[in-house]
Design a protein around this ligand. Structure first.
Ligand code: CDP
Length: 220
């Protein structure tokens, strides 16, 4: 059976940093499902398609060939990673991610990848919906203020002009939309282990989660 590690949690909890490191450590393909929702948002906005235009959204997704290379999402042969984190995409992604038909299509793609590769996948609904039988499920959290500080420092390091309070507001707004939407809301799977990273550095989080992965490997 293939190995699959599910990491869910709210915006800015550190999922992608941690998942990338664990992917390298255990030789797993890192699948960032948030970037798939971001790609749909980017291309929908480029084409002037609103979240309520379901048919147009579905045909758009059918035309997007997505795969991961070295942790980056390639869409129709182009590495779009840089565009995916722009502010318009960030501010709108939760609206597109709340559309059931969009979720259905992306979940299907994500399950397909996990059938062919050993994966570490991060998102909001991996342990609860996409990979219900994941080998290890982690729910990674941190206080909103801590998450906003991390996002702020990340953007400042990239020379992006940002304001701490608007980042905190965005994080709280996305937490609310992601946890209250009708389809596949962000929630901890019953069998997930919760890791609160508020007072931990990256190395400590990697070590904490590695312990659960090692336990699984010893059992398997
Ligand atoms: O990195 P950050 O936490 O800012 O967000 P992300 O992981 O790139 O995800 C962006 C958005 O996509 C989230 O706020 C969710 O609205 C949506 N998403 C989702 O609905 N389901 C997933 N499995 C992953 C992301």
């Amino acid at each position: 059976m293939r190995t699959s590690i599910a990491i869910d949690g709210p915006a800015g909890a550190g999922k992608s940093t941690i998942a990338k490191l664990l992917g390298k450590k255990y030789d797993l393909m890192y699948i960032n499902t948030g970037s798939m929702y971001r790609a749909v948002t980017l291309f929908a906005m480029k084409n002037g398609i609103e979240p309520n235009e379901i048919e147009k959204l579905c045909s758009l997704i059918d035309e997007l060939e997505m795969h991961f290379e070295n942790d980056d999402l390639i869409v129709n042969g182009v590495d779009v990673s840089k565009e995916l984190t722009n502010i318009e995409v960030t501010n709108n992604v939760s609206r597109y991610a709340a559309v059931p038909e969009v979720r259905q299509k992306l979940v299907q793609l994500q399950r397909g990848i996990s059938k062919n590769y050993d994966v570490i996948m991060d998102g909001r609904d991996i342990g609860t919906v996409v990979l219900k039988d994941a080998s290890v499920k982690i729910f990674l959290t941190a206080r909103p203020e801590e998450r906003a500080t991390r996002r702020y420092e990340e953007l400042i390091a990239k020379n992006v002009k940002v304001d701490y309070n608007s980042i905190l507001e965005d994080i709280k707004k996305r937490d609310y939309i992601d946890s209250h939407r009708e389809v596949d809301p962000l929630q901890k799977a019953e069998d997930a282990v919760e890791v609160d990273s508020s007072l931990m550095n990256i190395h400590e989080v990697v070590e904490a989660i590695s312990k659960y992965i090692e336990e699984y490997k010893n059992r398997a």
